[in-house]
Design a binder for this molecule. Structure first.
Ligand SMILES: *Cc1c(COP(=O)(O)O)cnc(C)c1O
Length: 218
């Protein structure tokens, strides 16, 4: 795998307003350092422990994004440095993030994960639940979290018309939430197989792993 060349190829296809999150889960620090040397500064991991270990070993100008499902009892390990948490799907989790952020005197940026896939194995909240959360009394008291947008994962399928429908669903949810929260500006959707489609549907942040680092052996 030529990581630098893969990055350059992908970057050249992205409009300027789209952020590339290099998804480095399961990959060794040496691979991440190759991406870093090629100029990449935004990395996404899906396990908190792994992200903490990589953060400890790598340069400190990296933005670390937690893109996986977050267990509340592990938020404390990343609160000191995480830049963006993509998978927030409950007020309970948001409260814990707020509490841990406060300990470090930080404001942590978060995305609400919206369930857009037909299949039910995926995490996330409905757009009406997200709307309710943003308007809740509880949420208004949290001073150390900032919701800056939404995240979604499409069904794992070759049927691109279904994937398009699901991406459009996330864009609609975003537009609806933005009518009352006009500070929202991130739509995190699109992975190696579908990031171009996602951008067509309004994505502003793509999470790309295997097209940069090669396939993963779990
Ligand atoms: C692994 C992962 C990705 C990247 O997947 P690729 O197909 O390797 O690009 C994106 N988003 C999430 C939430 C992931 O867990």
């Amino acid at each position: 795998m030529d990581i630098k060349q893969n990055l350059n190829t992908i970057q050249s296809q992205l409009p300027e307003h789209v952020t590339l999150v290099a998804v480095s889960k399961t990959k060794p620090v040496s691979d991440l350092m190759e991406a870093y040397a090629a100029g990449q500064r935004v990395f996404g991991e899906n396990k908190i422990q792994e992200m903490v270990e990589k953060h400890d070993q790598m340069p400190k100008d990296i933005e670390w994004h937690m893109i996986g499902h977050v267990q509340r009892n592990k938020v404390k390990y990343m609160a000191k440095f995480v830049t963006l948490i993509h998978g927030v799907d409950s007020l309970k989790l948001l409260k814990e993030i707020d509490k841990q952020a406060q300990k470090h005197n930080r404001i942590i940026n978060c995305l609400l994960q919206i369930k857009i896939a037909e299949e039910d194995s995926k995490f996330g909240m409905s757009s009406s639940d997200a709307n309710e959360l943003l308007h809740s009394e509880d949420f208004s008291t949290l001073n150390n979290v900032n919701i800056i947008g939404v995240m979604g994962m499409a069904t794992f399928t070759d049927d691109s018309s279904q994937v398009r429908q699901e991406f459009e669903r996330l864009k609609l949810a975003f537009d609806m939430l933005k009518t009352t929260h006009n500070t929202l500006d991130v739509i995190s959707m699109g992975m190696s197989g579908d990031y171009q489609l996602a951008i067509d549907c309004g994505s502003t942040m793509v999470r790309v792993g295997s097209s940069i680092f090669g396939s993963r052996n779990y």
